[in-house]
Unconditional design. Structure first.
Length: 162
């Protein structure tokens, strides 16, 4: 990698980070999430539970790429808010399973609808027909970045796609 390429990559990473942060704040605002008093990480954990539940805290920590302590803190807040409940795993009584409550399902459905409505309006207003393919490619790249396991690429020293 040349020095110019490294600078270009660093500048792109910085711009992307700022853009994602701004979009996350905007989506929180549009969805009324500030009124829920849930942090972004608590929302992410709740969404994971809804997608995969019932789940263990260890499974959540691995899926969220955070420490067991961070998951425990998030789960305590979600449980206090009545958004999740726990019960012993019937197959292995040593484990505790975490399940989303009905109120969490309703909250996430409402939040998701608000976010998607805002994004659909913004896309219709700002992204012309000629840019729709570009938007699809950008979404594909963002999905790849979000799912990236860089240990694989570091070992092989190559790009995921050329």
């Amino acid at each position: 990698m040349t020095e110019g390429t490294g600078r270009d990559t660093a500048a792109a990473a910085q711009r992307l980070s700022v853009a994602i942060t701004r979009l996350r704040f905007r989506l929180r605002e549009e969805a009324g999430l500030d009124g829920t008093q849930l942090s972004a990480s608590q929302q992410s954990v709740l969404w994971q539970i809804l997608q995969e539940g019932p789940v263990t805290a260890a499974g959540l920590a691995a899926a969220q790429h955070v420490s067991p302590q961070a998951i425990a803190q998030n789960l305590a807040v979600l449980k206090e808010a009545g958004l999740i409940y726990t019960e012993r795993d019937p197959a292995d009584g040593r484990k505790t399973l975490i399940t989303a409550s009905e109120s969490s399902r309703q909250l996430v459905t409402s939040v998701r609808a608000s976010k998607e409505s805002y994004l659909a309006r913004a896309i219709d207003a700002l992204v012309g027909p000629a840019e729709r393919d570009d938007l699809d490619r950008a979404i594909d790249l963002l999905e790849r970045l979000a799912a990236a396991d860089l240990t694989t690429y570091a070992r092989h020293g190559r790009h995921g796609k050329d």
